[in-house]
Structures are given as structure tokens and as C-alpha cells.
Design a protein around this ligand. Structure first.
Ligand SMILES: Cc1cc2nc3c(=O)[nH]c(=O)nc-3n(C[C@H](O)[C@H](O)[C@H](O)COP(=O)(O)OP(=O)(O)OC[C@H]3O[C@@H](n4cnc5c(N)ncnc54)[C@H](O)[C@@H]3O)c2cc1C
Length: 384
């Protein structure tokens, strides 16, 4: 039996993870990226591996397994370079945020996810950047961590190339077509590549690329500022981050306050993110740089250590966000050789999804863990 030739479109964390998983199994792989691999959402991400607040149950399980997969990877030298299992401290500053933490911890512990309520002093013991006098109480999620995504994409692709994969940058794909039993990948410059199987992992561009091939996978688009629920800005596609200069005493943990997140970054820097950050201003508007002062001001309200720390960079990413908020993973209709792979929480999920998807592509074994996430749920009337 011939080994199938697989073409992967998109060299973000998802495409790179699948390319690597296939290449190490000696599958001929070509990865095409419209830009340079690793420069899409995977380069502008808060990169927090976690399964908090993921609903429904199947999506929570997928993310919990995604986090567990990172812990398995951290047993390898490569995995330890990317995954930093430092845990996450969430701080309550008032009665309402404390009650919210009660609910989150109760819900997660009931599902077997490690989470506990701690005092402000215990929180300060976990990370000295926390001032116990500015904290009512806190919660601790010991298994969570952050991922050095840029390094991970680069390492995965280097390793894949070393065992024979081909990676082509600046090769935008225009569409896909059926060609006998195979799938034709048509590049923007007219070049055509025939593949036994194609994985479309083009991040936020997936919806439009698939639509041009007659496949419906609706995503929340960049200009779409509608909220999924009143006041819930996390679900707009655009998200912003600010990177600080290096702290004198590096942040030890991921931290969350009621209105923002902070995580360690290479070189002692800190990445600041916040619900709603970036969602109101178009990416092309210079007002987007207002995110830096907004986020550092929020940090300084709770953490005195940031008083004299400047912001060095503002980054804005477009979340690959399927319209129903859930992962899309599976073969498509009407192109049965085309596998769509797009998700938010793609940092948490990339290694685990790569493992499941590789099994489906190569062994023809349907992963029950993906049954709730097939792209065919969007087929038929009622979807864009
Ligand atoms: C601000 C922000 C915060 C986030 N925080 C978290 C978090 O804390 N935890 C978490 O798990 N997830 C988080 N995410 C989501 C996560 O970053 C993404 O789900 C993940 O990076 C997606 O990876 P990807 O490979 O699907 O997409 P991308 O990294 O965007 O890669 C897609 C690639 O496809 C290429 N491409 C596009 N169109 C074409 C084409 N026509 N032809 C060829 N190539 C093409 C692009 O050039 C790009 O390189 C966050 C995202 C943002 C924006």
C-alpha cells in the first residue's frame, strides 16, 4: 500500500503539530503557508494551556486532555522547552470576584480538574509579585501552564523537515478541488498540487478559504463585533496583548485578576492580556496602541511591582473562532479528502488534536473524542 501524500495548508501551531506528527511516521508531507509559518494567531496569543470555562462537556474533556498531553510532552526534552507548567493563580479583589472563584473551583473539582481556593497570603507565597494586602483571596490551578508557541512552531517544523517534510513559505492557497480520488490544491499563482489528503489549518482564514471551495465552516470574522452574549467580549475575533520589559524578579506563575491575565514570557518579560482587549478598535487603526497603557494600568492597580515597568510591544491577533465557539475537526463535504482543522484554544489543543487527527488520517480510525466537532454540523441550510 502506498503511503498517502498529505498537504497541510497553514503553518501555525495546528498545522505544524500535524505536519510533525505525520512526518515522524514517515508520511510524505508538504506544508504551505501564505506568509511565514508561525506568524499568525500562534504568534499573538496569551498561550495559556487550560480547560477552564470550556463548555459543553465534550469540549471541556477535549481541552482537559489537551492539557494532559502537554504534561506528557513535558517528559521529553523538546516538550520541556515549550511547555512551562507553572500553574495559574486567580485573584479576587472583591466579594463578587471571590464568589465567582467559588463557583469555578467547585465546578472544576467536581469534574476532576485540580483547583483549590487559597488565601491572599498563600497566593503571595506562590508568586511574590502578589501583594496580599490588595487581594481578598484567590484560587490555584496547579496543572495549568503557558506555551512558548513561537519556539514550538519553529522546533516542530525543523524536526519535520529533518525527517523529510517540505515546508513552503509565502505560498497562499486559493482553493481546493476534487480530482478523481484525490484533492487538488490550487495556489494563488496557479500552481496545482495533487494530494491524497489535505488538511486545511489556515487559522482565521479558514472560513473564507473553504467557502471558495464550496465547503461551509463559518467563523467569527475580524470585522464582526457582535458578542455571543451581552457583555461577553472574549468572543470577538480580534484580541490584543501587551508585552512588558523584563521584571527585576521574574513572574513565577500565570496570574489572573477579575479583568486581566498576566503570564511569564521568555527573557523575564510579561505578557498582559485582558477580556475585551482589542475587540473594539480595528487592527489597522493606530488607536490599537492604546491597549498598552490600558493593560499596564490594570496591572498596576493590583501589582505594585509593575509601577516602573514599561510596555515594550503591543500585539494584535485574530482568533480562529468557529461561529459556535467549538473546535472543527474532520473530513468535509463535498470534498471528502479535505480535512478541516480550526479552533480557538488552539494552543491548549494543538498536540492532542495532532495526535487524534493523525490517527484519523492514517489509520482511518474515527476518534470518538472528535465526534462532537465535525465540520459537517454546518452543512445544510441556516449557515453562512
Ligand atoms: C489574543 C489571543 C489570545 C489567545 N489566547 C489563547 C490562550 O490563552 N490559550 C489558547 O489555547 N488559545 C489562545 N488563543 C487562540 C490560539 O492562539 C489559536 O487557537 C492558535 O494559535 C491557532 O493556531 P492555528 O495554527 O490554527 O492558526 P494560526 O497560528 O493563525 O496559523 C494559520 C496559518 O495559516 C496561514 N494561512 C492562512 N491562509 C492561508 C492560505 N490561503 N494559504 C496558505 N496558508 C494560509 C497563515 O499564514 C498562518 O500562518 C488566543 C488567540 C488570540 C488572538
Amino acid at each position: 500500500m502506498n503511503t498517502p501524500r498529505v498537504v497541510i495548508v497553514g503553518g501555525g501551531l495546528l498545522g505544524a503539530s500535524v505536519a510533525h506528527a505525520l512526518a515522524v511516521r514517515a508520511v510524505p508531507v508538504t506544508l504551505l503557508d501564505a506568509a511565514a509559518p508561525g506568524t499568525g494567531a500562534s504568534a499573538s496569543t496569551f498561550a495559556w494551556a487550560n480547560a477552564q470555562k470550556k463548555k459543553p462537556e465534550a469540549y471541556f474533556r477535549l481541552n482537559a486532555e489537551g492539557l494532559a498531553e502537554y504534561h506528557r510532552l513535558a517528559e521529553t526534552a523538546a516538550g520541556r522547552r515549550w511547555f512551562h507548567p507553572v500553574g495559574n493563580v486567580e485573584i479576587a479583589t472583591d466579594a463578587a470576584s471571590s464568589a465567582a472563584l467559588d463557583a469555578v473551583v467547585a465546578d472544576l473539582t467536581e469534574r476532576g480538574y485540580r483547583a483549590e481556593r487559597i488565601t491572599g497570603r498563600q497566593a503571595a507565597g506562590l508568586d511574590p509579585v502578589i501583594d496580599p494586602d490588595r487581594v481578598l483571596d484567590a484560587a490555584w490551578f496547579p496543572d495549568e501552564g503557558w506555551v512558548d508557541t513561537e519556539r514550538m512552531v519553529a522546533d516542530l517544523l525543523d524536526d519535520a523537515v529533518a525527517v523529510g517534510a517540505e515546508v513552503r513559505a509565502h505560498c497562499p492557497v486559493a482553493r481546493f478541488e476534487q480530482s478523481g480520488a484525490r484533492t487538488k490544491v490550487v495556489l494563488a499563482d496557479g500552481e496545482e498540487i495533487l494530494a491524497d489528503q489535505v488538511v486545511c489549518a489556515a487559522g482565521a482564514a479558514t472560513g473564507r478559504l473553504l467557502a471558495d471551495s464550496g465547503v461551509t465552516v463559518p467563523l467569527v470574522e475580524e470585522g464582526d463585533r457582535r458578542l455571543r452574549a451581552p457583555g461577553d467580549e472574549r468572543y470577538t475575533a480580534v484580541g490584543g496583548l501587551a508585552d512588558t520589559a523584563a521584571l527585576r524578579v521574574p513572574l513565577r506563575r500565570i496570574l489572573h485578576t477579575p479583568d486581566m491575565g498576566l503570564r511569564p514570557a521568555p527573557g523575564g518579560r510579561v505578557v498582559l492580556g485582558g477580556d475585551g482587549a482589542g475587540s473594539r478598535v480595528p487592527r489597522t487603526d493606530h488607536g490599537i496602541f492604546g491597549l498598552g497603557p490600558m493593560l499596564i494600568d490594570r496591572a498596576r492597580k493590583v501589582f505594585p511591582a509593575f509601577a516602573d515597568v514599561p510596555v515594550e510591544r503591543v500585539r494584535v491577533g485574530v482568533r480562529p473562532l468557529p461561529a459556535d465557539g467549538l473546535t472543527v475537526a474532520g473530513f468535509t463535504e463535498p470534498l471528502p479528502g479535505l480535512y478541516a482543522l480550526v479552533t480557538h484554544s488552539g494552543v491548549t489543543l494543538a498536540p492532542y488534536l495532532a495526535w487524534l487527527v493523525t490517527g484519523e488520517l492514517l489509520d482511518g480510525r474515527e476518534a470518538p473524542e472528535l465526534a462532537a466537532f465535525r465540520p459537517t454540523r454546518f452543512a445544510g441550510p441556516g449557515h453562512r
